[in-house]
Design a protein around this ligand. Structure first.
Ligand code: ATP
Ligand code: MG
Length: 357
């Protein structure tokens, strides 16, 4: 077997602000499951990022951290193959965040379009903390601590990944003498510590939430279908999708929110094409019927996940999860400490190697 460390690395993660939903699946988790055999994968539990908005609800962050790992395992992530990392137990991430904060301008951070959008949609505009925008810098450190080549994420993360690439280029140019004319793929070859990692945007870049489809599906916006939802909950939530169409004979728009879901979750492309055709002609096909078919398809996707989850819902299940988190984080610290040490050497900040257990 190839040792994990000789494979190219992948890093991505989720914020424990709630359970995982279908947006996570199509945006990133599905790809993670597919990549874990051929890549050295690190999946990060961004509990410090959850703390930036929920510092008054720390018990929730702790429980959501555990629930997300259950969702990962249920979805098919294998902790024997992939490394599960708890952000707050990797000190190198917090330290790199400080250094990286100096490599970005205040404007880079505050002008990040995803951050600006979050301040609006999460009702934070008037009251966000001094620390909240730091999560964007922290995310550069989450990623670069593992020096990955790929970051599988949803579309909303693109500005964050661009920031991270900017930090990597700047660090390599400033401290590793890499020329600013170097092509992104050649930074390591040219002596840079950090590769310039690439975002892998999911099959569905941005799944809308249930409702009118204006917002993305999000844990924080109360519009999500969770991977752990029951069949009944799935059907109930799918029924909340609104298209404004009045009758089965009214010609509909096959690019509307309902069809975003159809394209994401119906397995048979021929059936999708048929539904689109009949819908656009108003050929006696009701929204209600499509929603039923959709809910069945989603159910077929979630059923094996529910079955795998049962194992961890038993008494003592949380302890098993905590052990998995600890074991993964220990492995992760070896890589992150090495990165930090090399970064400090490059910056003339090294005063001897340290060990953390
Ligand atoms: P929060 O509302 O707390 O920000 P979230 O639902 O946006 O939570 P994150 O933990 O921020 O979830 O995102 C984890 C990963 O899932 C990211 O790669 C993100 O791009 C992806 N993702 C989240 N929501 C969607 C979505 N609706 N469609 C596609 N990808 C998504
Ligand atoms: Mg988010």
């Amino acid at each position: 077997m190839t040792p994990a460390s000789s494979k190219p690395r992948v890093l991505t993660g989720d914020t424990p602000t709630g359970r995982l939903h279908l947006g996570h699946w199509v945006g990133s988790v599905e790809r993670r499951v597919a990549l874990q055999k051929d890549y050295d994968c690190y999946f990060l539990l961004a509990n410090m990022h959850a703390f930036t908005t929920r510092f008054d609800r720390t018990a929730d962050i702790r429980q959501d951290t555990i629930e997300i790992v259950k969702d990962w395992l249920a979805a098919g992530i294998d902790p024997a193959q992939s490394t599960i990392v708890l952000q707050t137990e990797v000190p190198a991430i917090a330290e790199l965040t400080w250094y990286f904060a100096m490599l970005l301008s205040f404007k880079d951070v505050m002008g990040n379009p995803t951050l600006v959008h979050e301040l609006k949609t999460k009702g934070l505009e008037e009251k966000y903390s001094f620390g909240f925008p730091m999560y964007t810098v922290g995310q550069c450190a989450d990623i670069l601590a593992f020096r990955p080549v790929f970051i599988p994420v949803g579309e909303d993360q693109e500005p964050h990944i661009e920031m991270c690439r900017k930090v990597a280029r700047k660090f390599d140019q400033l401290y590793c003498n890499v020329s600013d004319r170097t092509a992104d793929q050649d930074y390591e070859k040219a002596g840079g510590l950090f590769p310039i990692p690439k975002a892998l945007i999911g099959r569905i870049a941005r799944l809308p939430g249930v409702g009118d489809g204006t917002q993305k599906m999000s844990k924080s916006l109360n519009n999500a279908i969770y991977l752990s939802d029951t069949s009944k909950e799935v059907q109930k939530k799918i029924n909340k999708i609104t298209t404004g169409r009045q009758s089965p004979t009214e010609p509909g728009n096959p690019d509307n929110i309902l069809f975003k879901f159809v394209e994401a979750f119906l397995a048979d492309p021929a059936r999708i094409a048929e539904l689109k055709d009949r819908y656009s002609r108003g050929d006696n096909i009701g929204d209600g019927h499509i929603k039923q078919e959709l809910a069945q398809s989603i159910d077929a996707l979630l059923e094996p996940m529910r079955a795998r989850r049962v194992e961890f819902e038993k008494p003592g299940g949380d302890d098993v999860i905590i052990d998995i988190i600890k074991a993964g984080t220990k492995r992760a610290n070896i890589v992150a400490e090495e990165t930090l040490y090399r970064a400090k050497q490059a910056m003339n900040m090294d005063f001897g190697k340290r060990t953390i257990s």
